[in-house]
Write a protein that binds this ligand. Structure first.
Ligand code: GTP
Length: 599
């Protein structure tokens, strides 16, 4: 396809404004899918994704469109995930496009993510094409929404296509706009190859399928490619385009095109998102900008509730890792929980997604321990250890220096929320670096923050303090010296290693007390009193008591209905199943997650 007839774009929107519905209509209109075989929403087809309403993995689809000018166009629609954990993947997907269709719900107007996503697209130099959706709704006011887009974002919008993605009305107008307004890709097909990896998936027949955007040069089957970050080389077996439901091989991919490569690559770890692919025989001198290695930031222990499931858990983690280069795991043991794995994730959402997938797709019952970050500890004999597991925390007498990871965080917010957001950063021990006005109303707050303070609920806290309008992004900064202690918990006098945490010393007391309270709420009563204690270095700093049980679950059922009794007993049995016998005390798996949600 001639480069002038190619359009590479993504769709951006506030949540629920109709991004997925519009994608489906575009696929239908370009005959990219057979209606009968079309699932509800092809672009995010993982069950979990649908429920959470977020797109987890970037995908791309190539379509053919016959435009009103009589020419045929090749459209590459690239899907983007929407959470800060995957911010890097989003940035690489945007880097693969020339334009973005901005969907605005005509009954809602501009909302937080409309702005945040739109600025992200503009930052990547994309041409933004606004469209107004949901015009079928009685409450839709496209004129008002268009005016808002013009006033708030400064994007001409009065003649934006007005569509109903749900009813399939006026979708052609959107595609005509893409043809007219999104610039065709540039690039020289005869230059040395430069292709950007923006996603890769594992397929059991073809090996890793690498999704690329070719910026310069040409690539074809038989070529030996080189990945510039590692120097690894592979001989290409196939190149082609991604359809909505299948892959279509072709004889070459040229500058400007989006497509896939296969080369019997065994693991997605070899094909890192953001890396540049070039040819071994005629390599480019310079890689594409923006590559960074993505390393796990958050670590936690994952244990099977039933020890016999350990081999199944191992299998399941290996399967998930085939498709997820950012997931890491290694075996660990805990006195309380037995055999399990120490796993590393990009962030908390990533962790939740993986644990949910383990539970649903592999039918495993799991216990996850409190997530934490890595610390760098220098011992008095000069050795340096990096630990991500509280159980590896050395004897404090042997510690000479402790450091914790800090990140550079940029919070983009309308200026009226600057006050509350600065307060928040302050409570998280943030160091303010600077504050820039991006325009009259928008501010970039730059803070250095301890990673350990922001992994849990920082994203949610930012959203709630800015009514959803602020967005943020962070990257690794450096190690900072810190005062840390290991906080232990004892149930009925026994140390439960799986509950231990490494915390900032000044916060130990408050944290210990709050966690004891949470544990108290989550530990079912036994026939005896259970003391719940927090301790630092053997010294108890907080205590709660779970009172002894006085009545059984049937106490309230005076005589009568047997089904009701059965139900109560069934419920109790269910609850017991989830528990883990820890010495003398039952610790339900919810207790581990409950202590995460402290505020
Ligand atoms: P996320 O994937 O959660 O970000 O949402 P999305 O932006 O992809 O929105 P999605 O396409 O899932 O649509 C959200 C809801 O709006 C669904 O219930 C759609 O049926 C509905 N919807 C989408 N387009 C239209 C439209 O044109 N008219 C009406 N009435 N409803 C629409």
């Amino acid at each position: 396809m001639a480069r002038d007839n190619i359009r590479n774009f993504c769709i951006i929107a506030h949540i629920d404004h109709g991004k997925s519905t519009l994608s489906d209509r575009i696929l239908e209109l370009t005959d990219s899918v057979d209606k009968r075989t079309m699932e509800d929403q092809i672009l995010d087809d993982m069950e979990l994704e649908r429920e959470r309403g977020i797109t987890i993995k970037a995908r791309a689809v190539t379509m053919r469109y016959h435009a009103d000018d009589g020419k045929e166009y090749e459209f590459n629609l690239i899907d983007t995930p929407g959470h800060v954990d995957f911010a890097y993947e989003v940035s690489r997907s945007l880097a693969a496009c020339e334009g973005a269709v901005l969907v605005v719900d005509a009954s809602q107007g501009v909302e937080a993510q409309t702005l945040a996503n739109c600025y992200m697209a503009i930052d990547h130099n994309l041409e933004v094409v606004p469209i107004l959706n949901k015009i079928d709704l009685p409450s839709a006011d496209p004129d008002a929404a268009a005016k808002e887009v013009e006033d708030v974002i400064g994007l001409p919008c009065m003649d934006a296509p007005r569509v109903s993605a749900k009813l399939g009305e006026n979708i052609r107008a959107v595609l005509e706009r893409v043809v007219r307004d999104v610039p065709p890709p540039q690039g020289d097909p005869d230059a040395p190859l430069k292709a950007l990896i923006f996603d890769s998936i594992y397929d059991s027949y073809k090996g890793v399928i690498v999704y690329v955007r070719v910026f310069e040069g040409t690539v074809k089957p038989g070529d030996t490619i080189r990945l510039m970050s590692t120097g690894a080389q592979f001989q290409l077996v196939e190149v082609g385009h991604m359809g909505a439901t299948s892959l279509t091989p072709c004889d070459k991919l040229e500058a400007g095109e989006v497509g896939y490569l296969t080369a019997s690559i065994k693991t997605v770890r070899d094909t890192r998102v953001g890396d540049t692919v070039t040819l071994a025989s005629n390599p480019t001198a310079e890689a594409l900008p923006g590559y960074r290695t993505v390393t796990p930031m958050v670590f936690c222990g994952i244990y099977p509730a039933d020890g016999a499931d350990y081999p199944d858990l191992k299998d399941a983690l290996e399967k998930l890792q085939l498709n997820d280069a950012s997931l890491s795991f290694e075996p660990e043991t805990s006195a309380a929980l037995g055999f399990g794995f120490r796993c590393g994730f990009l962030g908390l959402l990533h962790m939740e997604i993986i644990t949910e997938r383990l539970e649903r797709e592999f039918d495993l019952d799991l216990i996850t321990t409190t997530p934490g970050v890595q610390y760098r500890i220098t011992l008095t004999d000069g050795t340096v250890e990096i630990i991500d597991n509280p159980s590896a925390y050395p004897d404090p007498a042997r510690i000479a220096k402790q450091e914790e990871p800090f990140v550079n965080a940029h919070i983009y917010t309308p200026n009226e929320y600057v006050g509350p957001l600065m307060d928040l950063c302050q409570t998280k021990r943030g160091i303010m670096i600077d504050m820039k006005y991006l325009d009259e109303t928008r501010v970039d707050l730059h803070y250095q923050l301890p990673l350990g303070e922001i992994v849990y609920d920082f994203f949610d806290a930012i959203k709630s303090r800015s009514r959803g309008y602020a967005s943020y992004d962070y990257e690794w900064e450096d190690w900072h010296e810190s005062k840390l202690v290991k906080l232990d918990f004892l149930l009925n006098g026994d140390l439960v290693d799986a509950l231990s945490l490494i915390v900032f010393a000044d916060n130990a007391y408050a944290k210990g007390r709050r966690i004891c309270e949470k544990l108290k709420e989550n530990i079912p009563r036994a026939l005896f009193e259970i003391p719940v204690q927090a301790a630092v270095g053997g010294k108890v700093i907080a205590r709660e008591t779970v009172k002894a049980m006085r009545k059984d679950v049937l106490a309230k059922c005076y005589g009568g209905d047997i089904t009701r009794k059965k139900k109560l007993l069934e419920k109790q049995k269910e609850g017991k199943k989830k528990m883990r016998q820890l010495g003398t005390v039952n610790l339900p798996s919810e207790a581990f997650t409950a202590i995460l949600k402290l505020d």
